[in-house]
Design a protein. Structure first.
Length: 428
């Protein structure tokens, strides 16, 4: 792929991903690729709320993405532009598209009257309050029956926010695990994740499967009394006086649609642990999996290797895996398939990075122009300082930072785990 196209795609991707307003999204679950082309750039998002309702169902995938993306290169990191899906569309245009069955239902609107899903059985009405989801008892603290806590073995860095996660599977239903790496959840599944700052609940995110391939994705912001939380489809910048940003629906889609059935942390590999919450073994024992594996999975290698591979899997693997459109741009996989865990050297992570030339020469520094030094290799054994995988984790510069979305701060711990691993690597 030619380099300028990559740059454009990268810029549009990154900037698009920063959107914290404008919830437009595709309502068309039958098409492939991502959504949206809005290019608004307000920084405060609370005010946009009332003006967005009319946007439902007007969006279809259009083709303006690549045009818009070049100008946006000059924007700052926190400014916004929609078009998150833009790069998805563009990636698709480049050739094979990732199939993406994950656009959520018609729920761009906060009105209870709209946003019913088509498809299976009962009508889904988009909740405007978290108390409408049936996930809590009336006190909004006690969890409803059937709600199970879970923790991915390797977590996504979200700056410093503390997170808790739960799942509620429809009674008696099984997860289709015939493809162990890409689980398909039963319709009605609810996954939710709560973010607290200093012990105070700031937001709760909900993923709810409303029909085959249809997901409702929305964040709810807790009120000061902590008695309920209200839907925030546009996201909120610096929510509730914290530095925590609540993502818009575009942003949810931008990260979550990289997996065919949307959920990212509730997977075979991520639940293969003995820690808190529901584990893979418990799901096997409770007959919750249609094709249960013989045993939980283990990431190979020493402690250093496992820490780095697990970190990359959780924080980078959703995009850098074969079924994400990102695979059309860079043939680098940082994701661990459950049947390729026999040996560190045979993991896609190592096979696609070690001594491998990057798709793009990397020029660190502001807007990619700062300095004569450039880098060509994804990972150089023993030399993190010359490895693009490491270098791009150490910057938050737009267009260079990896991951490009979801955090404003470099994750020191994660970065160190990768640095340590690369410094111990030896060329085969
Ligand atoms: C920067 C990428 C990113 C954005 C933006 C994002 N998520 Fe996630 N989300 C993840 C990752 C990665 C995980 C799994 C790892 C973890 O939970 O630490 C996850 C986990 C979750 C979970 C727990 C279930 C699961 O998939 O493991 C829920 C629920 C969730 N996200 C909902 C949302 C909603 C709703 C939005 C938008 C309001 C959103 N997320 C925005 C990346 C993202
Ligand atoms: C939300 C999706 C997303 C996530 C998450 C993500 N990346 Fe990327 N990454 C991309 C895209 C898109 C590109 C191609 C454009 C570019 O180079 O900026 C890319 C390119 C790269 C490249 C350049 C590869 C080459 O051959 O030029 C490296 C290295 C990289 N990512 C590392 C990482 C690491 C390490 C993480 C996790 C810490 C990560 N990425 C997380 C989307 C993502």
């Amino acid at each position: 792929m030619n380099r300028s196209l990559l740059v454009v795609l990268a810029a549009s991707f990154t900037l698009g991903a920063c959107s914290d307003d404008e919830p437009s999204q595709s309502n068309d679950a039958s098409t492939t690729t991502d959504t949206t082309t809005d290019t608004t750039s307000t920084e405060t998002s609370t005010s946009t709320e009332t003006s967005t309702e009319t946007e439902t169902s007007t969006e279809t995938e259009t083709s303006t993405e690549t045009e818009t993306s070049t100008e946006t290169e000059t924007s700052t990191e926190t400014s916004t532009t929609g078009g998150s899906g833009g790069s998805g569309g563009a990636g698709g245009a480049g050739g094979t598209t990732t199939t993406n069955s994950s656009t959520s239902d018609g729920g761009s609107s906060t009105e209870t009257t709209s946003a019913t899903t088509g498809g299976t059985g009962g009508e889904f009405v988009a909740p405007t309050l978290l108390s409408e989801t049936g996930l809590y008892e009336d006190d909004m603290t006690t969890l409803a029956e059937g709600v199970m806590p879970f923790e991915p073995a390797y977590k996504l860095w979200s700056d410093t926010a503390a997170k808790q996660r739960w799942i509620k599977l429809p009674e008696g239903a099984q997860i289709d695990t015939s493809d162990m790496d890409y689980w398909v959840y039963p319709v009605g599944t609810q996954l939710f994740k709560e973010f607290t700052r200093d012990g105070v609940r700031v937001e709760t995110r909900l993923l709810q499967k409303t029909g085959e391939g249809d997901w409702f994705m929305r964040a709810f912001q807790w009120n000061d009394e902590q008695t309920d939380a209200e839907a925030r489809p546009d996201g909120v910048f610096d929510a509730s006086g914290t530095e925590h940003d609540i993502p818009s629906e575009n942003q949810c889609i931008n990260c979550h649609d990289k997996m065919p059935d949307v959920a990212l942390g509730f997977s075979a590999l991520q639940l293969s642990h003995d820690g808190d919450g529901v584990t893979l073994q418990e799901l096997i024992d409770d007959d919750r999996l249609s094709a249960p594996p013989a045993a939980p999975f283990t990431i190979p290698g020493s402690e250093t290797e496992r820490a780095a591979l697990g970190y990359l899997h959780a924080n980078c693997g959703n995009c850098h895996q074969p079924r994400s459109f990102v695979a059309n741009m860079v043939d680098m996989y940082l994701w661990l398939p459950t049947d390729e865990l026999d040996d560190v050297a045979n993991t896609p992570t190592v096979l696609t990075t070690l001594d491998k030339r990057a798709a793009q020469t990397y020029f660190p520094g502001a807007e990619g122009t700062g300095g004569e030094t450039s880098f060509d290799t994804r990972i150089v054994a023993g030399e993190p300082q010359n490895s693009i995988v490491y270098l791009r984790m150490t910057t938050r510069e737009t267009g260079q930072a990896m991951p490009p979305v979801g955090s404003e701060l470099v994750d020191d711990e994660g970065t160190q785990a990768v640095e340590q691993w690369i410094s111990e690597l030896v060329s085969p």
